[in-house]
Design a protein around this ligand. Structure first.
Ligand SMILES: C[S@@+](CC[C@H](N)C(=O)[O-])C[C@H]1O[C@@H](n2cnc3c(N)ncnc32)[C@H](O)[C@@H]1O
Length: 249
């Protein structure tokens, strides 16, 4: 995709809690990077290769990563998001930015060992289980030794998933490998279902740990974390998101 500006496209206005809707009903972009995205931003300039921001939206992580001196490939399934992102990047940082539209993981490819850091922030909770596994395998192949992947997703411990929680717990007890798959998004979150895709997959530390370990990664950090800035109906008890940092040794 060419690095060109398109001034006819505007970033939507932020809503409650500063969340900004995506143009393709794939949820929202956060107003600022969370703790795991900040770790990506810090690592990116010293990573053993270029950095990739998957599902970059309007650049919440790409913009500060460029400002920190990193070379960044911004990816999104929606080209319009990347055009808006490009318009938000200061001229002086544009030479270190590449825009790559495409669907991760199945329609996106990079040479083996060519990347130093990969951020997948609030994207995997739209994937079914096998797609999450394919994603981890692909990232493992793209990273150079010493490269790291940073993953963030929503957990079942969000206020809007209260009605789904018994299903999650029952599946956990039954040994279901993907207990957080929400088939009926409208029942789970009627207020936001219009701005979400049909499949929503609430993730936890067991799932991310299992999948990324099986793909060959060494886990450096894996924890649930609080989202004090989320709107009140999504906040619950400090376990709203899960984050992972894993290294290709
Ligand atoms: C919920 S937003 C998250 C935006 C940002 N990363 C954040 O943390 O706030 C999800 C973004 O990922 C993009 N996306 C969804 N599925 C994707 C896929 N399979 N490949 C690439 N981008 C995808 C959407 O278009 C959207 O911009």
């Amino acid at each position: 995709m060419k690095n060109t500006s398109n001034d006819s496209l505007e970033m939507p206005k932020a809503e409650e809690g500063g969340l900004t809707n995506t143009l393709n009903s794939m949820g929202t972009m956060t107003p600022s990077p969370d703790t795991f995205s900040r770790a990506f931003i810090e690592f990116a300039p010293k990573a053993p290769g270029r950095s990739l921001d998957i599902g970059a939206a309007y650049g919440v992580a790409t913009l500060p990563a460029l400002s920190s001196g990193a070379s960044v490939i911004a990816n999104d399934i929606d080209e319009r998001h990347l055009k808006i992102l490009f318009n938000r990047v200061p001229q002086t940082n544009r030479s270190r930015l590449e825009l790559v539209a495409g669907e991760f993981p199945d329609k996106l490819d990079f040479p083996a060992g060519s990347l130093g850091a990969v951020l997948i922030c609030r994207v995997m909770h739209f994937f079914d289980g096998p797609r999450i596994e394919r994603a981890a395998t692909k990232v493992m192949n793209w990273l150079a030794p010493g490269g790291k992947v940073f993953v963030v997703g929503e957990t079942p411990f969000i206020g809007t998933a209260r009605a789904f929680f018994p299903t999650y717990e029952a599946r956990l007890k039954a040994g279901n490998p993907w207990p957080g798959v929400v088939e009926n998004v409208a029942a789970h979150d009627p207020k936001r279902s219009g701005s979400l895709p049909a499949l929503f997959h609430l993730l936890d530390e067991r799932i991310l740990g299992r999948v990324f370990t099986a793909a060959g990664f060494g886990i450096e950090r894996l924890e649930l974390f609080a989202r004090p800035d989320y709107p009140a109906d999504i906040r619950l008890d400090g376990r709203e998101s899960v984050g992972l940092i894993a290294i290709k040794k």
